[in-house]
Design a protein around this ligand. Structure first.
Ligand SMILES: NC(=O)c1ccc[n+]([C@@H]2O[C@H](COP(=O)([O-])OP(=O)(O)OC[C@H]3O[C@@H](n4cnc5c(N)ncnc54)[C@H](OP(=O)(O)O)[C@@H]3O)[C@@H](O)[C@H]2O)c1
Length: 241
């Protein structure tokens, strides 16, 4: 019997990460759910297990190299393989000050918060890819999905939230560099934008639900052998960088 496919999803305890974990598990993947808060993560994993889904929680902060190393060891020892990696964990940190109702103007952006956006949103995925691509290479299969954002599109760049925007544009660079270095291998890597989604990050006024956004993530996580690599997509359709 073929071995069960394994997916690793970061930031899996709520929002898009939880929705993606559920959807991939429903497609038959065994899902390693990664989160930094044990209590919240174990509660989220328990809720999916109660639905009869094959998920395993692992506590790791994607900004801590020792956590990511421990995660890679656990994936290899416990799950055996990593067919899919969804780099979903993310933060949207701006200025603590608000200026005439405009959040996080570049003129008020705290460089420390800019750095924290990049630590989680860009360097987290870099660490995860460095840790898990060797296992993908060994099993000659891999699908990496970097959850980016329209706020990182250079072709549609607006004001405010400079740290978040920089972190997502740089995440797209990571996608391109990885795709170039993985060219000719069975490992694909793409950026996706989920749209504006009702989560803790997106807020209640966002225009789509997690259930509407998740299929675009699952699409990139389950691409066929002749599917694209090194692209930027929303709902399975290419979008400009
Ligand atoms: N919602 C939107 O409208 C939207 C639009 C475009 C892109 N995105 C992207 O979609 C992804 C998911 O966002 P979401 O809307 O689902 O946000 P969310 O509800 O705020 O969830 C973010 C997740 O990331 C986790 N996380 C944050 N820092 C972490 C770290 N250092 N290590 C491990 N996990 C960490 C959080 O864990 P804790 O619970 O411990 O904080 C949480 O599970 C993000 O990359 C975001 O930038 C969202």
């Amino acid at each position: 019997m073929a071995q069960q496919r394994v997916a690793v999803v970061t930031g899996a305890n709520r929002g898009l990460g939880l929705g993606t974990s559920r959807a991939l598990a429903k497609q038959g993947y065994r899902v390693g759910m990664v989160g930094r808060n044990r209590e919240n993560l174990e509660a989220a994993a328990a809720s999916l297990k109660a639905e009869g889904l094959a998920v395993e929680p692992f506590v790791a902060d994607v900004t801590r190299q020792e956590d990511v190393d421990a995660l890679a060891h656990w994936v290899e020892e416990t799950l055996g393989r990593a067919d899919v990696l969804v780099n979903n964990a993310g933060v949207l940190l701006g200025s603590k000050d608000f200026f005439h109702g405009a959040p996080a103007s570049v003129f008020l952006a705290d460089p420390d918060l800019v750095r924290q956006n990049i630590e989680v949103n860009t360097l987290g995925p870099l660490r995860l890819c460095q840790a898990l691509v060797p296992l993908m290479r060994r099993h000659r299969y891999g699908r990496i999905v970097n959850i980016s954002s329209g706020m990182g599109q250079l072709s549609d760049m607006g004001g405010y939230w400079v740290g978040y925007r920089m972190s997502k544009t740089a995440l797209n660079v990571l996608t391109r560099v990885l795709a170039a270095e993985l060219d000719g291998t069975p490992i694909k890597v793409n950026s996706i934008c989920p749209g504006w989604v009702k989560t803790d990050m997106g807020g209640p006024q966002a225009d789509r639900t997690v259930e509407e956004a998740v299929p675009g993530i699952v699409w990139a996580a389950t691409l066929p052998a002749d599917g694209p690599s090194g692209g930027f997509f929303r709902d399975g359709e290419p979008i400009p960088w």
